[in-house]
Write a protein that binds this ligand. Structure first.
Ligand code: KIV
Length: 296
């Protein structure tokens, strides 16, 4: 399989395509998107997977962490992204509380993302303890993406956003997690915030494609947050982040220019205004002239 050149017509990406890409060492690209416009741009740029991440919480909704975002908020955004995505594989993140409590609710929430949101894969955080649940969701014909390492929904248990798998015990646990999820049948495995060496070992060990974020270059693919690569997040960037554009500067300049134009009467111009049809204008001029004569 060869890389589809940028700008070439593309085919629909499926979970089978991802496995093929892993097999042929063709790097998988994934970006988050939370709305229609971003989804269209990301899809049309040729990205393989669009993830409606629960990072929606901070990036779009201004929450402090991902724990507050609800099923309804996630679904609202998954539906908008669905309308913008044509070829990419659409992955919906299951928010905190939607799958941890009991498996019946978890399967039913996963089904909502497929039925109401049009998602093709749902993503769940956690390692071997999620293997049974993942099997049940797959039994309901819903492909699942695993997510291990630094799992933001466990921020309070981890005591902060800390790189995982730095000790020998931590590495063993991560390997057990990866193998358990692979055996459960995950469509792909997100690896977040782990040492490059550990991500490389996991990638070599499992048959599921690995998608890294802060997990080094040996993963089968890479994911970043749309707002992060465009400088639309506030706060210090993580070590792994590369910025590909400065949308914040672009937006600020445009907004300031609009403000200046309005305040200096430069906007709107006559060309940017609607005009009356000639006959109506002539009639109006006659009425106004008569009015002025009567006022004298
Ligand atoms: O919510 C998210 O954006 C994610 C990615 C960072 C993997 O889970």
């Amino acid at each position: 399989m060869s890389l589809t050149p940028i700008g070439e017509p593309r085919h629909k990406i499926t979970t089978a395509t991802l496995r093929d890409q892993k097999l042929h060492h063709e790097p998988i690209t994934c970006l988050t998107a939370y709305d229609y416009a971003a989804a269209r741009l990301v899809d049309e740029a040729g990205i393989d997977m669009v993830l409606v991440g629960d990072s929606l919480a901070q990036a779009m909704l201004g929450y402090e962490n991902t724990l507050s975002v609800t099923m309804d908020e996630m679904l609202h955004h998954v539906k908008a992204v669905r309308r913008g995505v044509k070829n990419a594989l659409l992955v919906a993140d299951m928010p905190y509380g939607s799958y941890q409590l009991d498996s019946k609710t978890a399967v039913s929430n996963a089904a909502r993302f497929v039925k109401e949101g049009g998602a093709e894969v749902v993503k769940i955080e956690g390692g071997e303890k999620r293997a049974d649940l993942i099997r049940q969701i797959i039994d309901a014909e819903i492909p699942v993406a695993g997510h291990i390492g630094l799992t933001p929904q466990s921020v309070n248990v981890m005591g902060g956003y800390k790189v995982q798998g730095r000790s020998l015990g931590g590495i063993e646990q991560l390997m057990r997690d990866a193998v358990a999820l692979d055996r459960a049948g995950v469509a792909c495995l997100y690896l977040e915030g782990i040492p490059r060496e550990v991500a490389a070992m996991i990638t070599a060990e499992v048959s599921a494609p690995t998608i890294g974020i802060g997990a080094g270059p040996e993963c089968d693919g890479q994911v970043l947050v749309f707002h992060d690569i465009l400088n639309l997040t506030f706060g210090p960037p993580a070590k792994f982040l590369r910025r590909y554009g400065d949308a914040a500067a672009l937006i600020t300049n445009a907004v300031q220019a609009f403000r200046a134009d309005v305040r200096s009467h430069q906007y709107p111009s006559d060309e940017e205004s609607y005009h009356l049809p000639k006959e109506t204008k002539a009639g109006l001029d006659t009425v106004l002239a008569r009015k002025r004569t009567m006022q004298r």
